[in-house]
Write a protein that binds this ligand. Structure first.
Ligand SMILES: Nc1nc2c(ncn2[C@@H]2O[C@H](COP(=O)(O)OP(=O)(O)OP(=O)(O)O)[C@@H](O)[C@H]2O)c(=O)[nH]1
Ligand SMILES: [Mg+2]
Length: 459
């Protein structure tokens, strides 16, 4: 992947739709010669004479051989996704047809695209910043309302705008400081130190909100790990199956049925949850069961949400208090769920129960499960994430923000210790550098290679 050269003016092509048999497939061609090269294998109108943003029906031909009937869309630089001349060929979705058209184009001088190369070109042509380019990858992979919403927000520039505003304010100060350095003989102060300090403290707070959002952002993207724990036979596997609406885990009246961790995802009101059924917690002599219990403990440590399930018919108040005391020691939100309420004389609806963290259900009869789901959503504050809060979901962004924050902290130190302007300017420049790296106003070949190589080919 070392031969990237964006300014050599080569024209690239790749399949933009998934490989395999389908009704249609789209081949993307981008670069200065895109229109001429496609035209050289196209029978129909002369594509080089067409307006931008137009669609043309015709045939792809290889000499005398007719390969496929296609629709070709023509976009002229700079008004295209990549910012270059760009042609999209919609052909029939056959691996053979796609491979033949691509080979034909290559024989005319097109090069196969590298992963993410179309998006990389778009970035280099100023179509969007780095954060927005990364959001395109997230958007393609989003599979729930919340992950879609987060990716869309980033693609539209929500996060980028925040970062640019922070950067701009710091740049103003940086330039005043640099000016002071120029006049260092004369002992003047253009940049008001107390203003600078309050600005940096403000920035620190904003950055902290963003970095704090990362763990939850990531969890929302991947599915909220929700562990179902409790004693053997409480009905944990029955609950998992009921939530998933499928017989995923084995259920039996034998205590200690589940030994390994079983998990699957469902989306509740647009939020993806990953439910994790675990081995029941008890003292045991059985080696395998003990291993299962160890895994349960590990899963509990990694959980973002804990459902503690117990049999309402055989659990004492005292035992429950102990469980709750233990759960409170963790910082993870939890809900105590009383199961097998169908065995009680009357199963009261719990909708009006004032306490959010206790609920009665019957996993076997699927009673009160909707209310349980509603409470899970409340416990993780799902609404907050649908309403436009900027949430960090990308490890690179998180890491960079921590670096910015580190540099800002050193700036504050320098201010408090009355260090010389040189020091102050140095730390501020460092913070600006990291902010610039975030949105891509400062880039290195390594950084770009790292980001775009993770994209798929055709993107
Ligand atoms: N009456 C009633 N029985 C239930 C309910 N939920 C589960 N059971 C029964 O309780 C027994 C144990 O259920 P499981 O789902 O296997 O329990 P578990 O918590 O996964 O047990 P382990 O895997 O051994 O830790 C089975 O016989 C279930 O049919 C319920 O809501 N009501
Ligand atoms: Mg089980």
């Amino acid at each position: 992947m070392s031969s990237f050269n964006y300014f050599s003016g080569d024209t690239i092509a790749a399949l933009a739709t998934p490989p395999g048999v389908s009704a249609l497939a789209v081949i993307r061609v981008s670069g200065p010669e895109a229109i001429e090269l496609v035209n050289s294998v196209f029978k129909g109108k002369n594509l080089t004479e067409q307006e931008t943003h137009t669609l043309h029906f015709g045939k792809i031909v290889k000499g005398e051989d007719f390969i496929d009937e296609v629709l070709v869309s023509v976009f002229k630089a700079p008004k295209s996704f990549s910012g270059e001349n760009l042609v999209e060929i919609s052909c029939h979705g056959s691996n053979y047809i796609v491979a033949t058209i691509l080979k034909l184009l290559v024989s005319k001088g097109v090069r196969y695209a590298n992963p993410g190369e179309f998006t990389r070109r778009a970035f280099l042509n100023g179509k969007f910043d780095l954060v927005q380019a990364e959001a395109i990858a997230d958007l393609i992979h989003s599979d729930s309302e919340v992950s879609h919403h987060m990716a869309m927000n980033q693609m539209r520039g929500g996060f980028s705008n925040k970062i640019s505003l922070l950067r701009e304010r710091l740049v103003n100060f940086a330039s005043l400081l640099e000016l002071e350095l120029d006049f260092s003989e004369e002992d003047v102060e253009f940049a008001d130190r107390s203003h600078l300090k309050s600005l940096i403290l403000e920035m620190q707070t904003e950055i902290e909100i963003l970095t704090d959002s990362f763990s939850l952002g990531n969890v929302l993207k991947e599915g909220i790990p929700t562990v179902i724990a409790g004693k053997p036979n409480a009905g944990k596997s029955t609950l998992l199956n009921a939530l998933l609406n499928e017989e995923k885990a084995m259920v039996s009246e034998i205590a200690g049925t589940t030994r390994d961790v079983i998990e699957d995802e469902i989306t509740i009101s647009g939020v993806k949850f990953r439910f994790i059924d675990t081995a029941g917690l008890r003292e045991t002599e059985d080696t395998l069961e003990a291993m299962g219990i160890e895994r349960t403990m590990k899963k509990l440590d990694e959980a973002s949400l804990i459902i503690y399930l117990y049999d309402i018919n055989s659990t004492s108040e005292e035992e429950l208090n102990q469980v709750e005391a233990d759960l409170k020691k963790r910082s993870t939100p939890y809900i105590l769920v009383a199961n097998k309420a169908d065995k009680l004389p009357v199963l009261e609806p719990t909708t009006h129960n004032a306490q959010l963290t206790t609920i009665r259900i019957s996993a076997a009869q699927k009673t009160n499960l909707e209310e349980l789901k509603a409470r899970l959503l409340t416990l993780i504050n799902a609404e907050g994430f649908k309403s436009g809060n900027t949430v960090i979901t990308n490890a690179r962004h998180h890491e960079n923000l921590l670096k910015v924050s580190g540099a800002l902290k050193l700036t504050i130190d320098a201010l408090e210790r009355n260090l010389s302007n040189d020091f102050l300017a140095l730390e501020i420049r460092q913070a600006l550098y990291y902010l610039g790296e975030l949105t891509g106003s400062i880039t290195t070949e390594d950084l770009l290679g790292n980001i775009f190589s993770k994209f798929c080919i055709g993107k």
